[in-house]
Write a protein that binds this ligand. Structure first.
Ligand code: ATP
Length: 322
């Protein structure tokens, strides 16, 4: 009998986040180049009397314990599909910054889904799990799959991408998060303010950068850095200007990383975490040390990409009673 299952699930950085114009229902079409990075949450599920969430880690107090937690929603959706009562304790050991633009909630949703699937032995196909992920949120399918992938639509229609080597990053977490919808709203506002318009008729359809995909395929950090700095606002991340507009201090963080020798500096997704690409492991350590001393961020952590998607790392079995 299985007593508990633990799943490790990575954070992500968007090497490119091309944002199309606002659709009438408010969503934006994306060309989203996801890289899974080696910062992880670990989700452990254990049979219990009722669905319960517990959280540990430095940001634990910012994580909801109720049914709005994506891990709880994942368990409920999978249970409903298979006629199971979701009686499970979900423990989240949280290392991914909360509301940091690194898909931490999505990671927990994908991790809880995989863990509950293994605990309940549902026999769900990979397609069924991916469908549930897409229902949970645009970034959740990628958290399950990991590696490197292009996300179209709202980011949930994934195509795996080839990657020719390991990339070395530094992630600078900020105090306090940024709301993803607020950052999209600010992106629309800035576009409208420039006079070019912000709807799908005004903004070119988002397309992945060929130079960026070539750099990933070649495992070439210098070429990737050049591609990360290309784009309408000097960044491959179309949300960067909006995140900096809402949190002007991010400009200082980005500058500190560049001055410390980063090959490229960008806001991760909707921010406020900033990502810095380094030449190698030693370069990443040097940038992290300088950022930590700069006073422009809360923490600076090194991590590599690509990383595996959600993976079962432990399965504890109860000894059969005599
Ligand atoms: P993304 O990069 O996908 O936009 P994010 O990394 O910026 O997301 P999250 O850490 O996913 O942000 O948190 C966004 C909000 O989601 C939180 O403020 C919180 O209210 C809610 N949330 C729901 N479930 C979780 C979870 N398991 N962990 C963290 N936040 C969660």
């Amino acid at each position: 009998m299985i007593d508990s299952i633990a799943v490790r699930v990575p954070a992500k950085v968007n090497a490119q986040l091309a944002v199309g114009g606002r659709r009438p229902h408010g969503f934006h079409d994306l060309a989203n180049v996801f890289l899974a990075v080696g910062l992880y949450d670990e989700i452990t599920v254990t049979p219990a009397d009722e669905l319960r969430i517990t959280v540990e880690g430095p940001d634990a107090d910012q994580v909801p314990r109720d049914r709005t937690n994506l891990a709880a929603r994942a368990a409920e959706l999978l249970a409903a599909c298979h006629g199971i009562e979701p009686k499970v304790r979900i423990h989240i050991a949280k290392d991914i910054p909360v509301a940091g633009g690194m898909a931490g909630g999505s990671a927990d949703g994908a991790g809880a889904l995989l863990a509950c699937d293994a605990l309940w032995n549902t026999g769900a196909s990979r397609e069924e799990l991916l469908d549930i992920c897409a229902e949970l949120g645009s970034d959740v399918p990628f958290s399950l799959v990991g590696g490197v992938a292009l996300g179209r639509g709202r980011g949930e229609l994934l195509t795996p991408l080839a990657v020719g080597g390991t990339f070395h990053w530094v992630f600078a977490a900020a105090d306090g998060g940024l709301s993803t919808p607020a950052v999209y709203g600010e992106c629309d506002r800035l576009r409208a303010e420039r006079g070019a318009g912000d709807t799908i008729d005004d903004v070119p359809a988002p397309e992945p950068s060929a130079a960026l995909l070539d750099a990933l395929r070649a495992g070439d950090a210098t070429a990737l850095a050049a591609a990360l700095a290309a784009g309408p606002d000097g960044s491959s991340n179309d949300l960067q200007a909006a995140a900096v507009s809402l949190r002007p201090s991010l400009a200082d963080t980005l500058r500190a990383g560049t001055e410390a020798g980063a090959l490229a500096s960008l806001v991760s997704g909707s921010g406020p975490t900033c990502a810095f690409l380094a030449k190698d492991a030693a370069g990443a350590q040097q940038v992290a040390t300088a950022l930590a001393a700069s006073g422009t961020c809360r923490t600076a952590r090194v991590a590599t990409s690509p990383a595996d998607g959600a993976t079962v790392v432990r399965e504890d079995r109860r000894a059969p009673s005599a």
